[in-house]
Design a protein around this ligand. Sequence first.
Ligand code: HEC
Length: 146
Amino acid sequence: MARQSVSSILQTVVLGGLLLVAVTPVHAAPRAGLATASYTQEQAARGAETYKEACALCHGASLGGAFDTPALKGRFVANWAGAPLRDLFDYMQRAMPLSAPGTLSAEDNADILAFLLQENGVKPGKKPLPAESAALTHVQLPKTKL
Ligand code: HEC
């Protein structure tokens, strides 16, 4: 009798743990098998210009954030790493710039994302970052905190 109740308590604890894992926000759940995203130097250079015009006011000229705005460097990478880059791209498309959400084109957002990759230590490559969320499903930010 006593044994049974201990094992059912254990079962509850284990199930509870699984539930907790299941409700962890998508962007915090690491997934295996995603390649690090590739972008070109030209994209990042364009992105730097657009960032200056549309984002720097709040997130800071050097991406450091402000008292009420998160930095887009460092811990930011840990927040989004391991999840498809699509999640971050879609978030930017939908929610930013906070003052006028959704006003930038997909190309502008891909350029800004390339700039964010560059500023977070990802080296440029030959393949441009696609400006389409479906194409960003299998790539991610680098996993390690930079
Ligand atoms: C008017 C101020 C403002 C502007 C302009 C702005 N942002 Fe933001 N941004 C914020 C705030 C505030 C948050 C936090 C939002 C929240 O907690 O819901 C945020 C959050 C974010 C995040 C999520 C950060 C994280 O740690 O998960 C990203 C990415 C982002 N912004 C990108 C951009 C980009 C790219 C632009 C330019 C196109 C931009 N933002 C323009 C205020 C701004």
